[in-house]
Structures are given as structure tokens and as C-alpha cells.
Design a protein around this ligand. Structure first.
Ligand SMILES: [Zn+2]
Length: 233
């Protein structure tokens, strides 16, 4: 709650002017700048998720979600050991990229709605557009790993990153464990951010926010494990 400095009435955390006397409470945020917001998520996540909720346009949400889809697709190609099905690494990368864009758009239809409904059931206050923005900026570490971790993995293992025989672990065990730990760390970071984003944006307790994120992740895991079955891979 924000207390109005003029008339002392209580206002919502995201009000820009007092509902009673129209006094100024906080600046409007018309747009989100990609790099400033991404850096803000790293440096001061609470304040940044406040700004994302306050922003009138949730810029780059779809873009970040698409990067998340591509990252998830590469993870799927790795997890389900699809390397043997492709002639070259370039061919595999093209397929993973194409699948990733589709996965990103597919998840965009399912995940933010699940997340938003989960938050609403637990007393969440913000609108759907904010839910989409909060979720998209929570996956920033995973989206960024596409540029910082995946290239190192591809350069280190090439096609063997995706093959079962030989397994990348047998080729370079130390590098494999190190890079895998990095991926796990990036995912955990995104989960922590999602919990913070939910608590700040929806104005609910951390426990409830954890529950909302857990529900969302269950649906995500369902999509991850069911998609290859549906495609009969
Ligand atoms: Zn007032």
C-alpha cells in the first residue's frame, strides 16, 4: 500500500495518482527498455519487477518467451538424445531452432494463462498483461544462457552434446559436469526470479508465490515430456 502524502488515504502499490485527491504517487512507466530491464532483473529484481508490473506496455515479452522456447528445445534435443537422427550439427541446430520458435509460441498460449489463473486463485492482484511480463522477464537467465552457455557447449562437444553413444560425459567428464551445473544454476536462478516476480507483482506472500510457480512448472514439465511422445520421437 502507498499512503498519499497529501490526504493520507491508502492506495494500491501500483497506483500512479491518489484515488481520492489525484495527488502524484509515482512516475508512470510507458515502456520497458530491453537492456535496462534485463540488467535490472539481475541487479535489483524486486524494484525491476515492480516497474514491469507498473509499465503500460510489457515490451519484449514475446521475444524473451521465444528465446525461452528455443532454449527449452535445445534442452529437449539434449535430454532425449536426438543427435543420432541428424547428419550434421548444423542440421540439428536448424531443427532445434525451428522447433524452439514453435515451442515458444505454443508455450505462450499455455503457460502465462496457467500462471495467471494460479496467481488469481491465490489472491493475486495484477492483470494478465502484467503476468505475461513478469513471467517473461523471470526467464531472462535461461534466455541469456542461449548466448553465453549454449555456444560454449556446442564448441566443446559439437554433435556429441546430443548423442547417446558416445555420451558427452564419457568424452569430457569435467567440462560436461561444469557446463551442466551452469545450466542447472541458470534454471534455479529463473525459478527464484519467478517467485520474487509473483510476490512483488501480484502482491502475495512468498509461500503463495512458490505455489504459483510450482503449478506453472508442473504444466511446463508436462509439455516438455509429452511433446516428444505426441510427435512419436
Ligand atoms: Zn490523496
Amino acid at each position: 500500500m502507498i499512503t498519499c502524502p497529501v490526504c493520507h488515504s491508502e492506495n494500491d502499490n501500483y497506483a500512479t495518482v491518489c484515488h481520492k485527491c489525484k495527488a502524484f504517487l509515482q512516475n508512470r512507466i510507458p515502456n520497458l527498455d530491453l537492456f535496462e530491464t534485463v540488467w535490472g532483473v539481475v541487479e535489483s529484481p524486486r524494484a525491476t519487477f515492480h516497474n514491469i508490473t507498473l509499465a503500460e506496455h510489457k515490451n519484449y515479452s514475446v521475444f524473451l518467451f521465444t528465446l525461452f522456447g528455443i532454449s527449452l528445445s535445445f534442452t529437449g534435443f539434449w535430454y532425449f538424445r536426438l543427435g543420432n537422427r541428424f547428419e550434421t550439427l548444423l542440421e540439428l541446430m536448424m531443427w532445434a531452432l525451428g522447433t524452439g520458435v514453435l515451442v515458444g509460441f505454443g508455450l505462450l498460449l499455455v503457460l502465462p494463462i496457467t500462471y495467471h489463473m494460479g496467481a488469481k486463485v491465490l489472491g493475486g492482484k495484477t492483470r494478465f498483461r502484467s503476468s505475461l511480463g513478469l513471467l517473461s522477464y523471470s526467464v531472462v537467465p535461461i534466455a541469456a544462457s542461449l548466448f553465453f552457455v549454449l555456444p560454449v557447449e556446442l564448441l566443446t562437444f559439437g554433435m556429441y552434446l546430443f548423442t547417446a553413444n558416445p555420451h558427452p560425459h564419457t568424452i569430457k567428464p569435467v567440462s560436461y559436469i561444469a557446463l551442466l551445473s551452469f545450466d542447472v544454476g541458470v534454471s534455479l536462478w529463473s525459478i527464484v526470479l519467478a517467485v520474487l516476480a509473483t510476490s512483488v507483482g501480484h502482491q502475495i506472500s512468498l509461500i503463495k508465490a512458490i505455489l504459483v510457480v510450482a503449478i506453472t512448472m508442473t504444466v511446463l514439465a508436462g509439455v516438455f515430456f509429452l511433446t516428444p511422445k505426441m510427435l512419436r520421437l
